[in-house]
Design a protein around this ligand. Structure first.
Ligand SMILES: [Fe+2]
Ligand SMILES: [Fe+2]
Length: 257
């Protein structure tokens, strides 16, 4: 006769224990009947269970997972109205509003960069490297806005675009010159964007929206810190150069980048 303990055979195991105890043994303790997890043969009787194993494999009672019963509550939460999001789940209005605010920040920064592109592309300014740099920066900020829009839709929020302020159109500065002034402006805008992103992250934290916090961290925060470092270096270099001939070389560097 061969018996093996298994979780699904709890009854068989307990029956076997009773049977084993009927056999003569040198010790009356249960641990002597089941030495560790090794097998013991007694007149053709083999057990492959230890005392601990028999404890851990005791039958679980009173716990029955009934998915269709449990999902009934969720089923009631699925909206019927066509204008309501079906995907929305654990997404608060405060997080939705904070995302819309960040979309507006990205669009505003994009608009200023576009104005800078238009300025440096003028025939009497003609710093084509700067024009290229700010055009790309403008597109990048618009892409950031779009990433936030896609995320808003993914979570079942609604994108609400707000007003964009009219940016300046003249960027020449009597002491600094246009190149340094524009780059310092860009640095301040990137720092402002960073601050707004951190605000968005703190809203996600406050309302325990782990997914939104993860999205902000993984998609924006690292890149934002890198952008601040890069533009800081440009500002430092332009401060060394001053106005004039050096700016033309800097512009060529941006053109080739
Ligand atoms: Fe951005
Ligand atoms: Fe940026």
């Amino acid at each position: 006769m061969l018996l093996r303990a298994s979780p699904s055979a709890a009854f068989t195991l307990s029956t076997a224990v009773e049977n084993v105890n009927k056999f003569p043994s040198s010790s009356s303790s249960s641990s002597a009947c089941f030495p560790s997890s090794s097998s013991r043969r007694t007149d053709g009787f083999v057990m492959s269970a230890s005392k601990n194993e028999s404890n851990s494999r005791s039958p679980v009672t009173g716990v029955v997972f009934e998915p269709f019963e449990e999902v009934k509550k969720e089923l009631r939460l699925v909206p019927d109205l066509p204008q309501q999001s079906l995907a929305r789940h654990k997404f608060l209005d405060e997080c939705e509003a904070a995302i819309n605010e960040q979309i507006n920040v990205e669009y505003n920064v994009s608009y200023v960069y576009h104005a800078l592109f238009a300025y440096f592309d003028r025939d009497n300014v003609a710093l084509k490297g700067f024009a290229k740099f700010f055009k790309e920066a403008s597109v990048e900020e618009r892409e950031h806005a779009e990433l936030l829009m896609e995320y808003q839709n993914k979570r079942g929020g609604r994108v609400k675009l707000q007003t964009i302020l009219m940016p300046m159109s003249e960027f020449d500065h009597p002491e600094k010159g246009e190149a340094l002034y524009a780059m310092e402006l860009a640095l301040s805008l990137e720092k402002l964007t960073n601050e707004k992103l951190l605000n968005l992250h703190s809203v996600a934290d406050k309302y325990n929206d782990v997914q939104l916090a993860d999205f902000v961290e993984s998609t924006f925060l690292t890149e934002q810190v890198e952008a601040i470092k890069k533009i800081s270096e440009f500002v430092a270099q332009l401060r060394r150069i001053g106005k004039g001939h050096g700016v033309w070389h800097f512009d060529q560097m941006l053109l080739d980048a």
